[in-house]
Design a binder for this molecule. Sequence first.
Ligand code: C2E
Ligand code: MG
Ligand code: MG
Ligand code: MG
Length: 277
Amino acid sequence: KAKSEGKNRYIFFSAEMIEELEKRIETEKILLDCLKNKDFKLVYQPQVSSKTGEVHAFEALIRLKNYNISPAEFIPVAEETGLIVEIGYFVIEEAVRQIKEWIDKGIEVKPIGVNLSAVQLRDESFVSNLKEIIKKYSIKPSLLKIEITESALMEDKERNIKIIEQLKEVGIQIAIDDFGTGYSSLNYLTFIPADYIKLDKSFIDKMFAKEGKKEVLDGITFLAHQLNLKVVVEGIEDREQFNYLKSKGCDYMQGYLFSRPVDKEEAEKLFAKRFEV
Ligand code: C2E
Ligand code: MG
Ligand code: MG
Ligand code: MG
């Protein structure tokens, strides 16, 4: 761009831009290192049934073993650099391996959800790789749940919906993640073959804010149920919100009110737990 504007032009980088760039490069180095040494781990956060207080499922969330960097920071870097594909396979295999380990221990396991990046959907052999992993550990496919955001799905709509359909055929469960943050076209819910929508924390917080319209939540829950989708609410921190959302028929709740994401030893104890609802 600068070139086309003539010869004597300069591009200025602000100190913040350079700092940001340096941070990204540093993060990329860390991720490469973690991949080499398999220095990732998963933590698990329960989704609690609003009606019974039982744990219905877990969401697996990635952490770096030796660094305190949040996924919100490193996942975008992993996506830009393409490292997310390998990281994503690690996450899926680790979750499936963990399910198998729990089954072998005689635990009555619940489904585990993993987050999927749009970048990974571009991998031609994604579906067959996923089938391979499930076969390798011979678990029931319905014990695996894929969480994908609405904006990721819309990146290459036709193709991605086909992939989701294939995953459904395998028997994998599908959740639309971060609902309420992107386009939020209620229309597309009618043609994505999902099992759950997950209402995003920021969306819920907005609805509960002073000028918010929490009645909207009625409509969304109603529509979701009409379409045979269960509603999961993310980021529930207080009782008041919980009670309201429960009264509106939201099916499952995930948030600090019940539990933070915990490591596998801790998660194992939660299968049999009944939370107060
Ligand atoms: P997400 O999929 O929407 O996950 C929910 C996030 O909300 C998690 O943050 C979780 O720890 C946090 N959370 C849950 N309950 C509460 C609550 O009551 N209050 C607050 N303030 N936060 C709550 P986390 O683990 O930092 O992950 C952030 C995002 O990073 C995830 O958002 C997801 O988009 C992405 N991510 C995490 N793990 C993976 C992964 O393995 N693969 C990919 N592609 N993305 C991942
Ligand atoms: Mg998620
Ligand atoms: Mg989410
Ligand atoms: Mg979210």
